[in-house]
Design a protein around this ligand. Structure first.
Ligand SMILES: [Zn+2]
Length: 467
């Protein structure tokens, strides 16, 4: 069972402190972020470093990362039995039992797919191309994989597409989402009955709240209150505007935001409206770009002459030539492993040499910064100074994240929008002759097994299935 307790009475659209507890898992003090994984791991960091150097004890995973062989072959995750209340997915990805695991059909942010969802399927992107995932298959998967929290599938049209979405499309979105939630809750009931009162965790279902407006939204929310209340353990929101639409009787449920705030300022705004948990792609994006985050909350006091006219950047571009001879740490006073052991000049050197260790160290630092940031947010809410501190933060720091100036690690299929077959290669040539060889092999009439799957992926996923 999952329990969520709020400290003090919950006020509408106000920052709140909570504790999320699942039996046998590390409790999560909210507001907090959830570690965003790629194929089961936090990008760049190994499991031991994650445990030693970050406070990440909860993970968000997308099922689409694990089911590339289905159909016709059975993905290996389904060969692991569910034992001792430990999710087979956790065993597969080698995470300790105490990690809180949140499973969703798709990674976050999801890659836009060329085909639309249907009444019974979700369009997904696996490592070998796009395909449809029947909702029933997702529900079966969650029953087998036993994550601590499962996100009920939602027929979400991304914001850009939503503007052009017809009224009918919006109607479909909420109708499908409601039907899928009903199916998901039926599965949860079955699992519970199967287990009897044996006293293990069961599966907690988080219900999506779509960013739709008006009559449709009210109808869906009424359903949520009347038919599903008591069965739903939390809410997933895709837009901070939806925070104002949560019915009063569902106020006590934890709220997971899949709203993708672009920077800390947007993040703080969502916290101020009562959001509890976040999946934050901007952290790894900054790491990939070689940007070491450099903000704290609450911000340092402005100096005597500090009138806020020049704001401090949110991060340091480690690629910058200025760092080549700078033996200071990435962020002054930072106690993370990267800052305690190494200096900017070393990080700059690693990046210039395209050493993987550069991204490892920056990722450790960036997650440490986020750990400290959220700890600061929680104590600021506890002290009743959050709004004041938030305004000070806006005065002290720049609004936007620093611009990416250099090439990060090689990008993969799930990191860019695919337009289908025939799109240009996304990565510049890194291996000259070897790249040419790979290309001529790929063009050869007989497909050769020596072409690296990663290289195929770079040609656009749409093409992979054809080659
Ligand atoms: Zn650091």
């Amino acid at each position: 069972m999952l329990t969520f307790t709020l400290a003090g009475a919950s006020q509408r659209l106000a920052p709140r402190l909570g504790t999320l507890i699942a039996k046998g898992r590390t409790p999560i003090q909210t507001p907090h972020y959830i570690g965003n994984t790629s194929r089961g791991v936090i990008p760049h960091i190994t499991h031991d470093n994650q445990r030693k150097h970050t406070a990440i004890r909860s993970l968000y995973m997308g099922l689409e990362d694990f089911i590339e062989k289905l159909p016709p072959r059975k993905p290996p995750i389904y060969d692991i039995p569910y034992e001792n209340d430990i999710s087979p997915l956790k065993v597969f990805a080698s995470h300790p039992p105490s990690t809180l695991l949140i499973l969703s059909p798709r990674r976050f942010p999801p890659v836009e797919t060329p085909t639309a969802n249907t009444n019974t399927t979700l369009s997904i992107c696996t490592s070998v191309g796009f395909r449809s995932l029947p909702i029933s298959q997702y529900i079966d998967a969650t029953a087998k994989l036993h994550p601590d929290i499962v996100i009920s599938p939602c027929d979400f049209v991304p914001p850009a597409a939503k503007q052009n979405a017809s009224v009918k499309r919006v109607e479909k979105m909420s109708d499908r989402t409601a039907v899928w939630l009903r199916d998901m809750l039926a599965m949860k009931k079955e699992v519970r009955e199967e287990q009897g009162s044996g006293g293990n965790n069961g599966i907690s279902v988080f219900a999506p709240i779509l960013p739709v407006e008006g009559e449709r939204q009210r109808y869906y929310l009424d359903q949520l209150v009347e038919d599903f209340k008591g069965e739903v353990s939390g809410l997933v929101l895709y837009d901070c505007g939806s925070l104002g639409e949560i019915p009063e009787s569902l106020e006590e449920l934890p709220r997971l935001m899949l709203s993708d705030p672009a920077n800390p300022r947007e993040l703080l705004q969502q916290i101020s409206l009562g959001a509890d948990m976040f999946v934050l792609p901007f952290v790894s994006l900054a790491t990939d770009a070689g940007i070491a985050l450099g903000f704290v909350f609450p911000p340092p006091l402005l100096g005597k002459d500090g009138n806020g006219s020049t704001r401090v950047p949110l991060g340091l571009d480690t690629w910058n030539e200025e760092n080549a001879t700078d033996v200071g740490s990435l962020q002054e006073g930072c106690q993370c492993y990267a800052c305690v052991k190494h200096h900017k000049a070393y990080l700059h050197h690693l990046l210039s040499a395209k050493e993987m260790l550069a991204w490892v160290l920056i990722q450790i630092h960036n997650h440490y910064v986020m750990d400290q940031f959220f700890a600061g947010v929680r104590s600021s809410i506890a002290n009743g100074t959050f709004e004041e501190d938030r305004q000070a933060f806006e005065r002290y720091y720049e609004a936007e994240m620093s611009e990416k100036t250099n090439q990060g690690p090689r990008v993969r299929g799930y990191q860019f929008k695919s337009k289908g077959g025939g799109e240009p290669k996304k990565n510049p040539k890194g291996y000259n002759k070897l790249d040419d060889m790979a290309e001529s092999l790929a063009e050869a009439p007989v497909p050769s097994p020596s072409v690296d799957a990663g290289d195929l992926e770079e040609h656009g996923l749409g093409q992979v299935s054809k080659s």
